[in-house]
Ligand binder design. Structure first.
Ligand code: M6R
Length: 598
């Protein structure tokens, strides 16, 4: 993953560090900066969060105009250590990189081992550049020759003592943007978010782009050809996110769900569903294929039930990291939907590229406008969840599923297969989401108290049936990523085909018991586990005394109301367990918010 920034100007240390703080969601194993001024060189790298880097470089003062690069790392090759942190250095140059250089071992073999300090794939770039510079005596030519030798994915920034005024950049399959302010000064970053306040226009580089930025000019190339540069206006309303009194972003984002959902619905719901942003005949597709990773995949899996129930359309859900390496036989008349909060997830993006080549019509459901997945898709719908900063996805999940639910109704409408009664019922249910997603104080308190009973044991099963089964998967994913407990989501009816062998009091079962779908069947599955001494916690609106613990949701008749109130419970439960264990729920170990490497 990793986040990168580059800047030319004054207050350079502060600017680079501010940019890195905005990119910390992309990885926080280590971070580093390198700054070159006329008479000065500063390089600092630290393990852990950006605050460590800030502290370690607090005594460095620089008032001159300088060039600098900064990096926050999510480790792929080599442990998170100071040495493996970026920038990587050669004799006279510094490089930072997001992505993976797949042929780095091959390239290293051509060079002396003594050159290499780190175990990273990135370091090879700086040594290649210096070799090429020594041969060609021209920075740009040397940089060009270097990137030609690389295989894999990269967003690269490189600076060198040989000029002290240029930042070289290259992009292939990893995001990189260049921003400009009114004075014509440039800034580079993995995402718009890391640009300074005064940056008001932007270009998102294409794959194969490379070039050089200096104080007031930029040269951009692709395939040896000089490219015209068309800056677009950058929305000055930066998706700035603060904790607003909450201790953690995750908590804030759970509580925000009831308000952001109003943005998701705005202008899309009246007496029918409309998506004015779509310019396609949605009724013409013979099937739907949805592709995603992680939480977005769980939202997609849930939507399969809705597309089939409401729109009566065959729907297949694909895990992106699997789909991209299969030899899939896809329905050419299918609508291919990519779901992604960030719009940057490498596996999802690669699948999108693959199916575009196959000629399928593509639609993105995404939270980040202008992201790679949005830009590449034929059409897109924004989820409007606002900036999600916690690594554990919460509000992106509820808004994604709401969009998919609305899309299933929209297709049914356009195909003329939904009755007026059903349409009215679904729209009413959608408009009530605001109150369903509100977090009752008493519920949060109850979950906080109860969480202390679930801090040991040998693992969790989250069980459910029907559309609630993907929610069980999401509950398990949430718990494992922030509590580090083993947790598994399972279809309740499948427990007796193997996993029930694990049942004992130290096996915690979180059972979703909705009244709206397969209530009796689910209850029997719960009883089977109780009979075998598993410790069971039911989330539902009835059967308070059936199991060891009970988390009560309001009585709802609509399946999606039960679904979303259970979602809130699962999010709070995982957060409370993780907090009791002393974990940082916003930045759990080993993870990053945007997974831009495969
Ligand atoms: O940005 P995306 O929705 O494409 O991200 C996909 C997954 O990496 C993501 O949903 C991940 O599983 C969650 N952060 C888990 O909470």
């Amino acid at each position: 993953m990793c986040g990168i920034v580059g800047y030319i100007g004054k207050d350079i240390k502060e600017t680079l560090i501010d940019g890195l703080k905005e990119l910390e969601y992309r990885g926080y194993d280590s971070s580093g900066i390198a700054i070159l001024s006329k008479n000065d060189l500063f390089i600092k790298k630290t393990v852990g969060k950006i605050e460590n880097l800030e502290l370690a470089s607090k005594d460095y003062v620089n008032t001159e105009k300088s060039i600098g690069i900064g990096h926050t790392r999510w480790a792929t090759h080599g442990k998170p250590t100071d040495i493996n942190a970026h920038p990587h250095l050669g004799e006279f140059s510094f490089v930072i990189h997001n992505g993976i250089i797949e042929n780095f071992q091959e390239l290293k073999k051509e060079m002396s081992d003594d050159l290499f300090l780190s175990q990273t794939d990135t370091e090879v770039i700086v040594h290649l550049f210096e070799n090429n510079f020594n041969k060609l005596n021209d920075e740009l030519e040397a940089f060009k020759a270097t990137i030609k030798m690389l295989r894999g994915s990269y967003a690269i920034l490189l600076i060198s003592k040989t000029s002290k005024e240029n930042i070289y950049f290259a992009k292939l399959n990893s995001p990189l943007a260049i921003g400009k302010n009114d004075n014509g000064n440039y800034s580079l970053a993995s995402s718009d978010l890391a640009m300074q306040e005064d940056i008001n226009s932007i270009i998102h580089l294409d794959d194969g782009d490379y070039g050089v930025v200096c104080e007031d000019s930029i040269s951009l190339f692709n395939n040896e050809e000089k490219k015209n540069i068309a800056f677009k206006t950058l929305n000055s309303n930066k998706l700035f996110s603060q904790k607003e009194g909450y201790k953690f972003f995750m908590e804030k984002e759970i509580y925000e769900q009831s308000t952001v959902i109003c943005d998701t619905l705005a202008s899309r719901v009246s007496d029918k569903i409309s998506f004015d942003e779509l310019n396609m005949d949605i009724s013409k597709f013979s099937s739907i294929i949805i592709c995603a990773c992680g939480t977005s995949y769980n939202a997609a899996l849930s939507s399969k039930y809705l597309f089939e129930q409401i729109a009566k359309i065959s729907t297949n859900i694909e895990i992106a990291s699997e789909l991209r390496y299969r030899e899939p036989v896809l329905d050419k008349n299918a609508l291919f939907i990519s779901i992604s909060q960030s719009g940057e997830t490498a596996d999802t993006l690669e699948c999108l590229k693959m199916v575009k080549k196959m000629g399928l019509k593509t639609l993105a459901v995404c939270n980040v406008d202008n992201s790679a997945i949005v830009r590449l898709s034929d059409e897109y719908i924004l989820t409007r969840a606002g900036f999600e900063k916690g690594v554990a996805s919460t509000k992106s999940f509820t808004t994604q599923l709401t969009i998919l639910w609305m899309l299933s109704i929209f297709i049914a409408q356009e195909k003329n297969i939904i009755s007026d009664e059903l349409l009215e019922k679904e729209i009413k249910a959608i408009l009530e989401l605001y109150s369903v997603l509100e977090v009752p104080k008493i519920l949060h308190e109850k979950i906080h108290k109860l969480s202390k009973r679930y801090l040991h044991g040998h693992g969790f099963f989250f069980i459910a049936r029907d559309i609630f089964y993907p929610l069980a998967l999401e509950g398990a994913l949430k718990l494992k990523e922030i509590s580090y407990f083993h947790a598994e989501g399972y279809p309740a009816g499948e427990m007796k085909h193997g996993p029930i062998a694990l049942a004992d009091p130290e096996l915690f079962t979180i059972a979703l018991l909705p009244r709206s779908r397969l209530y009796e069947k689910m209850k029997s599955n719960i009883q089977e586990l109780i009979a075998r001494d598993s410790t069971v916690c039911i989330i539902g609106s009835s059967d308070k005394d059936l199991a060891d613990d009970f988390i009560e949701i309001k009585e709802y008749s609509h399946q999606m109301h039960e679904y979303f109130s259970m979602t809130i419970v699962l999010q709070l439960l995982s957060m409370e367990i993780a907090l009791r264990l002393g974990h940082d729920v916003d930045m759990p170990r080993n993870l990053a918010k945007s997974v831009t490497v495969e």
